[in-house]
Design a protein around this ligand. Structure first.
Ligand SMILES: [Fe+2]
Length: 344
């Protein structure tokens, strides 16, 4: 089945609000340890170069939505990959230098009920290497290949959310209800705001246990995946799979980069929401980028539909009332979903 045929298949799963979210950004209470800032410094700033910085090795296994009982849901048949090598160590060092730069620490640090310390919205002026990496055709081709669908970053703002924890400081801020399977939940069970996510490990993970992403299958079984070394990544269809991050124990630090993706094609259904990201974002920037990409999607859909109508008339086929009504209703719902996300 092609992705386009899935447009009206199933309603998007709800992204739950946890607790009573404040929708305003909050800065973390504790400063970033100085040693992280000192160690992240690099001699020379580089531009992203796929030949030098990409070190892709295909994942040993790609789990399908069908294998976890979620067939027919989502925008691709792929659920999650086994960890695979994506970047060189040199590339990760360049990213870390940008993350721990003064400009980023002054402007891009957030905390929320979900996460104690996260860096978001670095943008290409503060993080040209990181943004260059995630916009590079070579990287996008590899991520798309393992995701089973052509992807682009959800928007510039979502090119990188970096979760930082030092030793065992990833204390759960939200007290998720414990169950036997939960072991060490760092964050509550949730679904993401965007269809696909690529989680890249920026730490060396020496001496670290835990820190996996746990996924729930349709029959309640728990699967765990984790990037095992610096520069490895996991790609997951997080919008449609219930998952949680497990607490990491031991190790020097755990820094992971989360990049969110949406389908490249404007004709694939778009269930993106802003529920999980609103409290950890500069709302003005987030809303502006969200509105722009949604309008672009709409523009492409309308342009395409107009051409289809013109071709139909030219070919002297009769007007299809039901088909046009369905298309317009879908676009009306799409516009309504934008309005719903743009809350004060
Ligand atoms: Fe998530």
């Amino acid at each position: 089945m092609s992705a386009t045929q899935m447009i009206t298949q199933t309603a998007a799963p709800k992204v739950h609000h946890v607790g009573q979210p404040t929708w305003r950004a909050t800065r973390p209470k504790e400063p970033i340890p100085q040693f992280l800032i000192d160690e992240a410094k690099v001699q020379t700033k580089q531009s992203f170069d796929a030949k030098r910085h990409l070190n892709y090795e295909p994942p040993s296994k790609i789990f399908t939505m069908e294998e976890i009982g979620l067939q027919g849901q989502g925008i691709s048949p792929v659920a999650v990959t086994a960890p695979f090598q994506l970047f060189t160590e040199e590339a990760i060092k360049q990213m870390r230098a940008e993350i721990f730069s003064q400009d980023v620490l002054d402007n891009c640090l957030y905390m929320s009920e979900f996460v104690k310390c996260t860096v978001r919205g670095m943008g290409s002026a503060r993080a040209p290497f990181t943004c260059g990496a995630w916009n590079s055709p070579e990287v996008l081709a590899k991520v798309s290949e393992v995701a089973g669908i052509d992807l682009v970053p959800a928007m510039d703002y979502e090119i990188a959310a970096i979760n930082i924890s030092v030793n065992d400081q990833t204390i759960p801020i939200f007290n998720a209800p414990k169950s036997d399977e939960d072991e060490f939940p760092a964050f509550a069970w949730h679904r993401d705001s965007y269809p696909f996510v690529c989680v890249t490990m920026l730490s060396d993970c020496v001496g670290m246990t835990g820190g996996e992403t746990a996924l729930k299958t349709a029959w309640g079984e728990i699967m765990k995946v984790r990037g095992l070394a610096m520069g490895t990544a996991v790609v997951m269809q997080g919008r449609y799979i219930e998952h949680q991050a497990l607490k990491a124990v031991g190790g020097h630090e755990r820094i992971s980069m989360v990049t969110s993706f949406r389908a490249k094609s404007p004709h694939v259904k778009d269930d993106c929401v802003l529920t999980g990201v609103r409290p950890i974002s500069n709302l003005s920037e987030l809303y502006s980028q969200y509105t722009q990409y949604r309008l672009e999607v709409l523009e492409e859909r309308l342009r395409d539909r107009l051409k289809k109508e013109q071709r139909r008339e030219f070919a002297k086929r009769s007007f299809n009332i039901a088909d046009v009504r369905t298309f317009l209703s879908e676009q009306k719902e799409f516009i309504e979903s934008i309005i719903e996300e743009l809350i004060e």
